[in-house]
Each structure stands twice: as structure tokens, then as C-alpha cells.
Design a protein around this ligand. Structure first.
Ligand code: FNR
Length: 182
């Protein structure tokens, strides 16, 4: 199963990037996860949507060929980052590659709420007509106080969190299979 991942932070030491890399390694026998370079996308411009920059076409094609999408979102001012919104805007127009794509959401922050508000917004955005993703219901992976649950190398160390994420990944794999009929 081929999963592509979008990480909503372009910070070198991003917890969300580390979390995505952790998932990439941990479930390597179940799914192949490729991280998409959405930080390299230019600002969305409606004038260019019918002839977008090459990077837009490349990433769009990877999404199209994938079985599902993992989104790791930080929380910026109570919502998703501009970078992630920019990527979703590109993918919502002309070739709407997220339509009926199964999506799993995770998010990590040092605060107690673990990106709850960002994820609420993200679920709403993913339902926009031009996006129309099939977001995995429930299974809300809010990793709060992430600095206490991850080591320096980016490995999750908190057993209850790991067990929960394991169960969500299994549910997502099941969801990807189920949504193939749509
Ligand atoms: C933040 N941060 C933040 N945290 C939070 O829990 N709620 C919030 O609304 C915000 N707002 C916010 C705005 C901006 C512009 C920045 C840069 C940061 C803190 C944020 O969660 C923290 O920097 C995370 O570590 C960002 O995720 P990455 O980069 O570690 O993946």
C-alpha cells in the first residue's frame, strides 16, 4: 500500500516531520510512506492553475497514484499552517486529486491540546467540494506535550501514544481498503 504524506511545517526540527518519519519507519512492513515536498510549492495563483509549475504537477501525480494520504499538521494560531493550506488549495483546482482519497490526520504540539483546533479546521477543509477527501472518521491523533513523548531522535517513547497510533494506522489501512469501492 502506497501512502503519501504532507507535513504542514517547514521547520527543520519539526515535531510533525519527526512524527511522520517515525510512522514511516514503524509501519514499513505494512505501508510505504513517501513525504511530499509541499514546502517547495509556490504560492497558489489562480492565473496559473491551468498551466501550473512543474512541482505542482509532480506532487499532484504522486497523490493521484497513491492509495491514501497522511497529513501531519502543526497548529498555527488555532488553525493549520499557511503552507499546508496553500498545498490543499493547489490540489483542489482543475485536477482535483484529493477527491475520494482516504486521508488520515495526525498532529503534534508542545501544548496540552495537541493541535485539536487545527485538526477541526482541517477536517472541515477536506470536505470542501474541490477537495472531497474521505477523511478517516474519529481516530483523532492529538499528540500534546510532544516534547515529553518523543526523544531527541524523533522516536515516540510514550507507550499509550504508540499503542493508540498503532490502532489508528490499522484502522486507516482498513479504511483505505473499504473506500476503494467508492
Ligand atoms: C504556533 N504554535 C501554536 N501551538 C498551539 O498549540 N496552538 C497555536 O495556536 C499555535 N500557534 C502558533 C503560531 C505560529 C505562527 C507558530 C510558529 C507556532 C506553536 C506550535 O505548535 C509549535 O511551534 C510546533 O512545534 C509547530 O509544529 P512543528 O514545527 O514542530 O511541526
Amino acid at each position: 500500500m502506497k501512502i503519501v504524506a504532507m507535513v504542514g511545517s517547514n521547520r527543520q526540527d519539526s515535531y510533525n516531520l519527526k512524527l511522520t518519519r517515525f510512522l514511516q519507519k514503524r509501519y514499513t512492513n505494512k505501508v510505504e510512506v513517501e513525504i511530499l515536498p509541499i514546502d517547495q510549492l509556490p504560492f497558489y495563483n489562480q492565473d496559473e492553475e491551468y498551466n501550473p509549475p512543474e512541482i505542482v504537477k509532480e506532487i499532484r501525480n504522486k497523490i493521484l497514484m497513491s492509495d491514501g494520504v497522511l497529513i501531519a499538521t502543526p497548529e498555527y494560531n488555532g488553525s493549520i499552517s499557511g503552507m499546508l493550506k496553500n498545498a490543499l488549495d493547489w490540489f483542489s483546482r482543475v485536477e482535483q486529486v484529493l477527491v475520494k482519497k482516504p486521508v488520515m490526520i495526525v498532529g503534534a504540539s508542545m501544548g496540552a491540546m495537541g493541535t485539536i483546533r487545527a485538526q477541526m479546521h482541517l477536517r472541515q477543509i477536506l470536505q470542501a467540494p474541490g477537495i472531497g477527501a474521505l477523511t478517516l472518521p474519529g481516530n483523532e491523533v492529538f499528540i500534546g506535550s510532544v516534547h515529553e513523548k518523543m526523544d531527541e531522535q524523533g522516536k515516540l517513547t510514550d507507550e499509550p501514544t504508540i499503542e493508540f497510533v498503532d490502532s489508528v494506522v490499522d484502522n486507516f489501512i482498513d479504511w483505505v481498503e473499504k473506500t476503494k469501492v467508492f
